[in-house]
Ligand binder design. Structure first.
Ligand SMILES: Nc1ncnc2c1ncn2[C@@H]1O[C@H](COP(=O)(O)OP(=O)(O)O)[C@@H](O)[C@H]1O
Ligand SMILES: [Mg+2]
Length: 335
């Protein structure tokens, strides 16, 4: 009998991670790990480690780790252990034990060494037979059939990665990474809100949710009413102008990085790249972003900027497609 192989595509994200399998599974889990704080919590929760929504729901009884988040020291043992447990858990959700072998294509943030290739090989031994590590922009481009000539701009939580894609695996020189992305935007917006509404009690999670519901750039100021507590007293306030102001801050940062990526390309190729600039990642859901970015960089010539559909699943989908189509010798075997 032929042995059965499962392919998986994995997007390890700063904020949330997604796995897609050739058996049709697709799961997203927030990249959070919880460990019971003490024996009482352990006894109450009846497990040693919790993931994603489960960890968040029980956050008062747990120590929480976000091992991929910006600024996490990459030599921290507890976060390394959390990263390993998380990756293993993610793979368990697609029932790898039901297959003879598992081949995986994995994307992980460039600044996180917990999930670099050597750590992944060690973590996944016994669970996965072979892996290939690729960048998020490349997986996205592959998933939408645009590896021929494009610039992919992945606006994630921790970083924005901008890559030239020209028919083959991009090298380090083909990619620029900037720190201005979703998390940065949350901090900027939080600062603006705190300044305007003195005494407002807001958390980064509240601000992120408001942003995700109402983010936009370009055009007129919109009204966005939210409830917040000012010195313990509930108030409804309009933060529409501040959301626009914060989102607009991202535009020159992204625009300049795109211009740099174009300028450094082979000159004969630059028109192709200018005409196929693809926005992806959760940040590409900012309403009006493609038009606004196009306007920002219009001084370099005719440009065409567009957004991928379903950006939150696109990386894992692309990684899964790559997994199935790459020859075995492109993989690193895990013995
Ligand atoms: N509608 C939206 N508008 C603006 N930002 C959004 C929206 N939806 C999600 N995001 C942001 O996208 C980021 C997550 O995107 P993702 O591509 O999954 O990041 P990463 O790969 O770094 O984990 C978060 O900062 C999240 O707040
Ligand atoms: Mg991502």
């Amino acid at each position: 009998m032929m042995s059965e192989r499962l392919y998986v595509g994995i997007d390890l994200g700063t904020f949330q991670s997604t796995i897609a399998s050739s058996a049709g599974a697709m799961h997203s889990i927030e990249t959070v790990v919880g460990r019971p704080k003490d024996p009482v919590a352990r006894n109450f929760l009846k497990r040693d480690v919790l993931f994603g929504a489960d960890a968040l729901k029980n956050k008062l009884a747990c120590n929480l780790y976000r091992p991929m988040a910006a600024g996490v020291a990459q030599d921290d043992e507890a976060n390394l252990a959390a990263a390993k447990a998380f990756v293993s858990h993610l793979i368990e959700t697609v029932d790898p034990e039901e297959y003879d072998e598992v081949f995986g294509v994995i994307c992980s943030p460039s600044h996180v060494s917990f999930t670099d290739k050597s750590n992944l090989v060690a973590t996944l031994r016994g669970q996965v037979n072979a892996i290939m590590v690729v960048t998020e922009p490349f997986a996205t481009a592959f998933g939408i059939g645009e590896i021929g000539g494009s610039i992919v701009v992945d606006v994630g939580a921790g970083t924005t990665d901008i890559a030239r894609i020209h028919g083959t695996f991009p090298t380090d020189e083909d990619q620029v990474t900037i720190q201005e992305a979703g998390d940065w935007l949350d901090i900027e917006l939080m600062t603006l809100i705190s300044k305007k509404f003195t005494g407002a009690q807001i958390t980064k999670d509240m601000v992120r949710k408001w942003k995700e519901e109402s983010s936009y750039v370009g055009g007129d100021t919109r009204t966005v009413e939210v409830n917040l507590s000012v010195d313990g007293k509930n108030q409804t306030v309009d933060i529409g102008d501040l959301i626009l102001e914060a989102c607009e801050l991202l535009i020159p940062k992204v625009g300049n990085a795109i211009k740099r990526i174009v300028a450094e390309a082979d000159p004969e190729y630059q028109p192709v790249l200018r005409n196929n600039i693809i926005l992806s990642g959760g940040g590409s859901l900012i309403d009006g972003l493609a038009e606004r970015v196009a306007r920002e960089i219009s001084d370099i010539g005719d440009v065409n900027v567009w957004c991928v559909e379903n950006p939150l699943e696109k990386v894992a989908e692309g990684a899964l497609m790559l997994a199935g189509e790459m020859p075995d010798d492109m993989y690193t075997a895990i013995n």
